[in-house]
Design a protein around this ligand. Structure first.
Ligand code: NAD
Length: 232
Protein backbone atom coordinates (compact mmCIF):
# COMPACT_ATOMS: atom_id res chain seq x y z
CA UNK A 1 0.00 0.00 0.00
CA UNK A 2 1.10 3.57 -0.61
CA UNK A 3 1.98 5.29 2.62
CA UNK A 4 1.31 9.04 2.69
CA UNK A 5 4.39 11.14 3.43
CA UNK A 6 2.35 12.81 6.19
CA UNK A 7 2.12 9.42 7.91
CA UNK A 8 5.93 9.20 8.03
CA UNK A 9 6.08 12.74 9.47
CA UNK A 10 3.66 11.60 12.16
CA UNK A 11 5.71 8.47 12.93
CA UNK A 12 8.64 10.78 13.63
CA UNK A 13 6.35 12.77 15.95
CA UNK A 14 5.16 9.60 17.73
CA UNK A 15 8.78 8.57 18.21
CA UNK A 16 9.59 11.92 19.81
CA UNK A 17 6.59 11.52 22.15
CA UNK A 18 7.73 7.99 23.07
CA UNK A 19 11.22 9.34 23.86
CA UNK A 20 9.62 11.89 26.19
CA UNK A 21 7.44 9.23 27.85
CA UNK A 22 10.46 6.99 28.28
CA UNK A 23 12.44 9.84 29.84
CA UNK A 24 9.52 10.29 32.29
CA UNK A 25 9.62 6.55 33.00
CA UNK A 26 6.06 6.12 31.74
CA UNK A 27 5.85 2.53 30.58
CA UNK A 28 2.49 2.29 28.85
CA UNK A 29 0.59 4.39 26.36
CA UNK A 30 -2.42 4.04 24.07
CA UNK A 31 -3.47 5.28 20.68
CA UNK A 32 -5.70 7.90 22.34
CA UNK A 33 -2.84 9.07 24.60
CA UNK A 34 -0.41 9.27 21.67
CA UNK A 35 -3.12 10.98 19.61
CA UNK A 36 -3.72 13.65 22.21
CA UNK A 37 0.00 14.36 22.57
CA UNK A 38 0.48 14.46 18.80
CA UNK A 39 -2.63 16.55 18.11
CA UNK A 40 -4.25 13.93 15.86
CA UNK A 41 -7.06 11.39 16.31
CA UNK A 42 -6.64 7.94 17.83
CA UNK A 43 -7.91 6.50 14.55
CA UNK A 44 -5.08 8.29 12.77
CA UNK A 45 -2.47 6.87 15.16
CA UNK A 46 -3.78 3.32 14.70
CA UNK A 47 -3.92 3.74 10.94
CA UNK A 48 -0.37 5.14 10.76
CA UNK A 49 1.04 2.30 12.85
CA UNK A 50 -0.97 -0.33 10.96
CA UNK A 51 1.02 0.39 7.80
CA UNK A 52 3.97 -1.28 9.50
CA UNK A 53 2.50 -4.04 11.60
CA UNK A 54 0.58 -4.77 14.75
CA UNK A 55 2.37 -3.25 17.69
CA UNK A 56 -0.13 -3.13 20.55
CA UNK A 57 -2.43 -5.56 22.27
CA UNK A 58 -6.12 -4.94 21.64
CA UNK A 59 -7.54 -2.97 24.54
CA UNK A 60 -4.16 -2.93 26.30
CA UNK A 61 -2.37 -0.20 24.43
CA UNK A 62 1.36 -0.14 23.86
CA UNK A 63 4.49 -0.73 25.91
CA UNK A 64 6.53 2.46 25.49
CA UNK A 65 10.02 0.90 25.05
CA UNK A 66 8.68 -1.76 22.67
CA UNK A 67 6.77 0.64 20.46
CA UNK A 68 9.74 3.00 20.50
CA UNK A 69 12.06 0.20 19.42
CA UNK A 70 9.68 -0.74 16.61
CA UNK A 71 9.45 2.84 15.33
CA UNK A 72 13.23 3.17 15.49
CA UNK A 73 13.48 0.04 13.37
CA UNK A 74 10.76 1.13 10.91
CA UNK A 75 12.43 4.51 10.43
CA UNK A 76 15.86 2.92 10.00
CA UNK A 77 17.31 4.76 12.97
CA UNK A 78 18.99 1.66 14.37
CA UNK A 79 21.59 1.86 11.63
CA UNK A 80 24.41 4.30 11.09
CA UNK A 81 23.85 7.14 8.63
CA UNK A 82 26.90 8.96 7.31
CA UNK A 83 26.27 12.56 6.40
CA UNK A 84 28.19 15.29 4.58
CA UNK A 85 27.32 18.97 4.83
CA UNK A 86 27.78 21.14 1.75
CA UNK A 87 28.03 24.82 2.65
CA UNK A 88 29.71 25.60 5.94
CA UNK A 89 28.49 29.16 6.41
CA UNK A 90 26.20 30.25 9.25
CA UNK A 91 23.68 27.44 8.82
CA UNK A 92 26.13 24.66 7.96
CA UNK A 93 28.20 25.47 11.04
CA UNK A 94 25.10 25.68 13.24
CA UNK A 95 23.97 22.26 11.99
CA UNK A 96 27.39 20.69 12.48
CA UNK A 97 27.56 22.09 16.01
CA UNK A 98 24.05 21.01 16.97
CA UNK A 99 24.31 17.81 18.99
CA UNK A 100 20.76 16.53 18.29
CA UNK A 101 21.77 14.36 15.32
CA UNK A 102 23.83 12.07 17.53
CA UNK A 103 20.73 11.00 19.53
CA UNK A 104 20.52 8.42 16.77
CA UNK A 105 23.32 7.06 14.65
CA UNK A 106 23.69 10.01 12.31
CA UNK A 107 27.29 11.03 11.98
CA UNK A 108 28.86 13.87 10.09
CA UNK A 109 31.80 12.49 8.16
CA UNK A 110 32.63 15.40 5.85
CA UNK A 111 32.14 19.16 5.68
CA UNK A 112 32.47 20.98 2.35
CA UNK A 113 32.61 24.56 1.11
CA UNK A 114 34.34 26.63 -1.55
CA UNK A 115 35.42 29.70 0.44
CA UNK A 116 39.25 29.83 0.71
CA UNK A 117 39.05 31.25 4.23
CA UNK A 118 37.11 28.19 5.45
CA UNK A 119 39.46 25.56 4.03
CA UNK A 120 40.95 23.39 6.73
CA UNK A 121 39.01 25.07 9.51
CA UNK A 122 37.97 22.58 12.14
CA UNK A 123 34.34 22.22 13.18
CA UNK A 124 33.44 19.51 15.70
CA UNK A 125 36.58 17.55 14.97
CA UNK A 126 36.25 17.66 11.17
CA UNK A 127 38.22 19.85 8.79
CA UNK A 128 36.28 21.73 6.13
CA UNK A 129 37.26 20.46 2.69
CA UNK A 130 36.94 21.95 -0.78
CA UNK A 131 33.97 20.96 -2.94
CA UNK A 132 36.39 19.90 -5.67
CA UNK A 133 37.34 16.97 -3.45
CA UNK A 134 33.76 15.83 -2.71
CA UNK A 135 33.62 13.12 -5.34
CA UNK A 136 36.94 11.55 -4.34
CA UNK A 137 35.98 11.80 -0.69
CA UNK A 138 32.69 9.96 -1.22
CA UNK A 139 34.45 7.29 -3.32
CA UNK A 140 37.14 6.81 -0.66
CA UNK A 141 34.50 6.53 2.08
CA UNK A 142 32.69 3.86 0.07
CA UNK A 143 35.98 1.94 -0.30
CA UNK A 144 36.36 2.03 3.45
CA UNK A 145 32.80 0.73 4.02
CA UNK A 146 31.74 4.19 5.20
CA UNK A 147 29.29 4.95 2.45
CA UNK A 148 28.05 8.54 2.50
CA UNK A 149 24.28 8.20 2.75
CA UNK A 150 23.09 11.78 2.98
CA UNK A 151 24.15 15.25 1.92
CA UNK A 152 22.86 18.43 3.46
CA UNK A 153 22.68 21.44 1.14
CA UNK A 154 23.34 24.65 3.09
CA UNK A 155 24.64 26.95 0.36
CA UNK A 156 23.01 30.15 -0.98
CA UNK A 157 19.88 29.50 -3.06
CA UNK A 158 21.58 30.28 -6.37
CA UNK A 159 24.30 27.69 -5.64
CA UNK A 160 22.00 25.00 -4.31
CA UNK A 161 21.21 23.26 -7.60
CA UNK A 162 24.92 22.88 -8.39
CA UNK A 163 25.71 21.71 -4.88
CA UNK A 164 22.95 19.11 -5.06
CA UNK A 165 24.14 18.00 -8.49
CA UNK A 166 27.65 17.54 -7.11
CA UNK A 167 26.27 15.37 -4.31
CA UNK A 168 24.24 13.27 -6.72
CA UNK A 169 27.19 12.93 -9.12
CA UNK A 170 29.29 11.73 -6.21
CA UNK A 171 26.71 9.00 -5.56
CA UNK A 172 24.85 10.36 -2.54
CA UNK A 173 21.26 9.06 -2.58
CA UNK A 174 19.57 11.34 -0.07
CA UNK A 175 19.57 15.13 0.12
CA UNK A 176 18.30 17.36 2.88
CA UNK A 177 17.94 20.75 1.21
CA UNK A 178 17.93 23.84 3.42
CA UNK A 179 18.00 26.32 0.54
CA UNK A 180 14.63 27.90 -0.31
CA UNK A 181 14.50 26.55 -3.85
CA UNK A 182 12.95 23.51 -5.48
CA UNK A 183 15.80 21.29 -6.62
CA UNK A 184 15.43 20.01 -10.17
CA UNK A 185 16.51 16.47 -11.02
CA UNK A 186 18.07 17.86 -14.17
CA UNK A 187 21.55 17.94 -15.53
CA UNK A 188 22.58 20.97 -17.57
CA UNK A 189 23.84 20.01 -20.98
CA UNK A 190 26.61 21.79 -22.86
CA UNK A 191 23.97 22.99 -25.33
CA UNK A 192 22.25 24.86 -22.52
CA UNK A 193 19.35 22.43 -22.59
CA UNK A 194 18.39 20.70 -19.39
CA UNK A 195 17.68 17.01 -19.29
CA UNK A 196 16.41 14.74 -16.57
CA UNK A 197 19.61 13.23 -15.27
CA UNK A 198 19.77 9.45 -14.90
CA UNK A 199 22.01 9.98 -11.90
CA UNK A 200 18.98 11.47 -10.08
CA UNK A 201 17.03 8.22 -10.34
CA UNK A 202 16.27 6.97 -6.86
CA UNK A 203 17.61 10.10 -5.16
CA UNK A 204 15.38 11.21 -2.29
CA UNK A 205 15.11 14.92 -1.59
CA UNK A 206 13.63 16.37 1.59
CA UNK A 207 13.32 20.12 2.04
CA UNK A 208 13.65 22.13 5.23
CA UNK A 209 12.35 25.54 4.36
CA UNK A 210 11.74 27.85 7.26
CA UNK A 211 10.87 30.77 4.97
CA UNK A 212 8.04 28.61 3.60
CA UNK A 213 6.91 27.92 7.16
CA UNK A 214 6.87 31.66 7.84
CA UNK A 215 4.67 32.25 4.79
CA UNK A 216 2.25 29.45 5.74
CA UNK A 217 2.09 30.92 9.22
CA UNK A 218 1.23 34.38 7.86
CA UNK A 219 -1.57 32.89 5.75
CA UNK A 220 -3.02 30.87 8.63
CA UNK A 221 -2.84 33.76 11.10
CA UNK A 222 -4.94 35.71 8.62
CA UNK A 223 -7.18 32.74 7.74
CA UNK A 224 -7.36 30.54 10.85
CA UNK A 225 -10.74 29.09 9.81
CA UNK A 226 -9.12 27.62 6.69
CA UNK A 227 -6.71 25.52 8.70
CA UNK A 228 -7.75 21.90 8.56
CA UNK A 229 -5.36 19.53 10.26
CA UNK A 230 -5.44 15.82 10.90
CA UNK A 231 -6.26 14.86 7.34
CA UNK A 232 -4.27 12.86 4.81
P1 NAD B 1 26.06 31.70 4.35
O1 NAD B 1 26.29 32.69 3.28
O2 NAD B 1 26.42 32.02 5.75
O3 NAD B 1 26.82 30.33 3.98
C1 NAD B 1 26.77 29.76 2.73
C2 NAD B 1 28.07 28.98 2.52
O4 NAD B 1 27.98 28.26 1.30
C3 NAD B 1 29.29 29.88 2.43
O5 NAD B 1 30.28 29.43 3.35
C4 NAD B 1 29.75 29.70 0.99
O6 NAD B 1 31.16 29.79 0.86
C5 NAD B 1 29.26 28.31 0.69
N1 NAD B 1 29.12 27.99 -0.73
C6 NAD B 1 28.73 28.80 -1.74
N2 NAD B 1 28.70 28.12 -2.90
C7 NAD B 1 29.06 26.85 -2.61
C8 NAD B 1 29.20 25.69 -3.39
N3 NAD B 1 28.93 25.67 -4.70
N4 NAD B 1 29.60 24.56 -2.77
C9 NAD B 1 29.86 24.55 -1.45
N5 NAD B 1 29.73 25.62 -0.67
C10 NAD B 1 29.34 26.76 -1.24
O7 NAD B 1 24.54 31.30 4.22
P2 NAD B 1 23.61 30.64 5.37
O8 NAD B 1 22.94 31.69 6.14
O9 NAD B 1 24.38 29.60 6.06
O10 NAD B 1 22.48 29.98 4.49
C11 NAD B 1 22.73 28.81 3.71
C12 NAD B 1 21.45 28.37 3.05
O11 NAD B 1 20.51 28.03 4.07
C13 NAD B 1 20.78 29.42 2.21
O12 NAD B 1 20.19 28.81 1.11
C14 NAD B 1 19.76 30.02 3.11
O13 NAD B 1 18.68 30.57 2.41
C15 NAD B 1 19.34 28.81 3.92
N6 NAD B 1 18.84 29.11 5.25
C16 NAD B 1 19.61 29.78 6.15
C17 NAD B 1 19.11 30.02 7.44
C18 NAD B 1 19.90 30.74 8.48
O14 NAD B 1 19.33 30.96 9.58
N7 NAD B 1 21.15 31.10 8.27
C19 NAD B 1 17.86 29.58 7.77
C20 NAD B 1 17.12 28.89 6.84
C21 NAD B 1 17.63 28.65 5.60
Amino acid sequence: ADIPTAAISRLVTYLRILETLEAQEIDRTSSSDLAERAGVTAFQVRKDLAYFGRFGTRGMGYTVPLLKRELVRVLGLNQTWNVVIVGMGRLGQAIANYPGASDYRFQYVGLFDVAPELMGREVRGLNIRHMDTLRDFVAAQAQGQQRVDMGFVAVPPDRAQDAAQALVDAGVRGILNFAPIVLQPRTSEMSGQQEIGDEWRGVIVENVDFLAGMKRLAFYILNPHLRVTDTE
